[in-house]
Write a protein that binds this ligand. Structure first.
Ligand code: ACO
Length: 325
């Protein structure tokens, strides 16, 4: 029996030009390159220009993903943007991207699950594509986390950066085997009782202001390692594959110690783990498609590989997805 799955047919990314180094940050808060690298693995991050909204980064990443897929903006009938830093409270950043791309009338909306947003958005778009409701979907992770920083808080302002990544999803027919291309399995979770570990202290219905990111770093760290490892195993089980079958792990890039902690817990070969946190820092929902794009471009990840995406963020939310590329 033929099974319709959504396949990733193109990947693209965009980073703003300005590089902010650890040395740059040590000029504004009491920190050092040594501390940041040792505790996080981060060397530098990018920052968007003041006149460059999230939708600009998202649109450029989307154009590059469409080019990689050999598709035009006019082919796109679904746009899902995962972001926690939208241009405006509304309309959705996805609708703004739709206009900037010239994609024409279709479906466009945002998904807000913070750093897990890209995995959540993929699962939503997968539902549309696999049910025949979309033929060419753009799933974009785009963030300007630097806009949410309290630049006097050294515990958070050194951790985040700006960027965008995008994938094109298209329906593909197969036999339902794990060797077939497509999104094979998901595990998604959230636990609202832990919302106070990582949040932004503002919003339209409370303070009326954007607010700043607040985090209990130590506690987030502990939850991240345990939760992500469980979600990776659950996503592999849902996909019908073993963790040891996975060719490449593309984790959310929050912190090299979290990436290593998850790897150690699952017994992963570190040569199979993609890490870009040194250059991008934590770009929230953009970090996975950014890392994926880097590893496809440098030739490590290839068509047919089994890849595993995983993330955790504010909510708390977390999740994982197994994909045959
Ligand atoms: N530079 C120098 N010193 C610092 C800095 C800094 N940038 N930030 C904190 N410190 C100090 C603290 O003030 C503290 O000093 P004290 O002992 O005099 O009080 C000391 O360093 C240790 O602080 P801790 O918070 O215990 O440091 P820790 O080793 O836990 O590292 C960090 C902090 C890097 C935030 C870590 O907890 C972490 O990575 N947590 C995960 C959080 C994360 O990545 N969140 C991203 C969003 S969630 C996600 O994406 C998974």
């Amino acid at each position: 029996m033929s099974v319709t799955r959504s396949a990733v047919t193109g990947v693209g990314a965009y980073l703003p030009d300005e590089v902010v180094t650890n040395a740059d940050l040590s000029a504004i808060v009491d920190t050092s390159d040594e501390w940041i690298q040792e505790r996080t693995g981060i060397k530098e991050r990018r920052r968007a220009r003041p006149d460059q909204p999230t939708s600009d980064l998202a649109t450029e990443a989307a154009r590059r993903a469409l080019a990689a897929a050999g598709r035009e903006a006019s082919d796109v009938d679904l746009i899902v943007v995962a972001t926690t830093t939208p241009d405006l409270t509304f309309p959705a950043t996805a609708a703004i991207v739709q206009r900037k791309l010239g994609a024409g009338v279709g479906v466009a909306f945002d998904v807000q699950a913070v750093c897990s947003g890209f995995v959540y958005a993929l699962s939503v778009a997968d539902g549309f594509v696999a049910r025949g409701l979309a033929k060419c979907a753009l799933v974009i992770g785009a963030e300007e986390m630097t806009r949410l920083m309290d630049w006097s808080d050294r515990g958070t302002c050194v951790l985040f950066g700006d960027g965008a990544g995008a994938v094109v999803l298209e329906p593909i027919e197969g036999e339902g085997a794990t060797a077939d291309r497509g999104l094979l399995g998901f595990a998604l979770r959230s636990d609202g009782t832990k919302g106070d570990l990582l949040y932004v202290d503002g919003g339209p219905s409370t303070t009326g202001e954007v607010g700043h990111l607040r985090m209990a770093g130590n506690q987030v760290f502990r939850h991240a390692v345990i939760n992500i490892a469980e979600a990776v195993e659950a996503a592999c089980a849902a996909a019908g594959v073993a963790v040891s079958d996975v060719d490449w792990f593309v984790p959310h890039q929050a912190n090299q110690r979290i990436i290593k902690g998850v790897g150690d817990r699952l017994g992963l070969d570190e040569n199979k783990v993609i890490s870009t946190v040194a250059w991008h820092a934590n770009t929230s929902a953009a970090s996975i498609p950014l890392a994926l794009s880097v590893a496809i471009e440098d030739g490590r990840i290839k068509r047919g590989d089994l890849i595993l995406l995983e993330a955790m963020g504010g909510g708390l939310t977390w999740g994982a997805c197994a994909i045959r590329l």
